[in-house]
Design a protein. Structure first.
Length: 215
């Protein structure tokens, strides 16, 4: 579940058309982030089917904000024209159920490493760890954890378009490992900085006490 902004005129019309018809959105990442109005070929072919949970228009600047919940993957096939809003023919890409021990093992390790990562976050609560523990689907687990990690959009797109579960879990595990290393180093640097500040404060206090005694 993520907040999004429909900032362009066409995007606003697309969102309004989906809400009016009670249809889901197809959310895709454009290949060139600088392009203002990408063509069909300028979009990544694998995206996310998303339901709009909330839609708000800001009274201040007229911006359109929505809360979307990702449902499943899809692959773009071809644009559908003449509807007054952007639409496409797609193939849905649901995760296949599997009892592969290799997938189960990776999912178990991912829950452990994700819990470790969350424990290093400054304001993370135990509820998030419990929520991840309750996820039975390896594919949903990988996607949920990937949504929590601060990595580039390109890296997230690569995870999104990895359909084979073992490979997807491996990519998320690698991303989590990298994030854990960054969080650990950040915590160590923060502890060292606080230690230096505390030491300077103690020295200042001692000098002030010494001046008082001398006086």
């Amino acid at each position: 579940v993520l907040p999004l902004a429909a900032g362009r005129g066409q995007s606003k019309e697309d969102v309004q058309a989906a809400i009016k018809r009670q249809q889901p959105l197809g959310i895709v990442l454009q290949r060139d982030p600088q392009m203002q109005d990408p063509s069909f070929d300028g979009l990544n072919t694998i995206g996310t089917v998303a339901n709009v949970l909330r839609y708000v228009t800001s009274p201040e600047d007229g911006a359109h904000h929505l809360i979307c919940q990702g449902v499943e993957r899809f692959r773009l096939i071809a644009p559908v024209k003449g509807l007054g809003y952007r639409a496409a023919r797609v193939d849905y890409l649901p995760d296949k159920e599997t009892d592969d021990p290799a997938v189960a093992a990776r999912a178990l390790v991912l829950k452990e490493r994700a819990g470790e990562m969350i424990g290093l976050l400054p304001h993370a609560g135990g509820e998030l760890v419990k929520a991840l523990d309750a996820i039975d689907s390896p594919g949903l687990l990988a996607d949920t954890v990937a949504g929590l990690i601060e990595i580039s959009l390109e890296a997230k797109q690569e995870i999104l378009q990895t359909l084979e579960l073992c490979k997807r879990l491996d990519k998320v595990l690698d991303a989590v490992a990298g994030r854990i290393e960054v969080l650990r180093l950040s915590r160590e640097i923060g502890d060292q900085t606080r230690s230096r500040i505390d030491k300077r404060q103690r020295e200042m206090m001692l000098r002030e006490q010494l001046r008082t005694i001398q006086h």
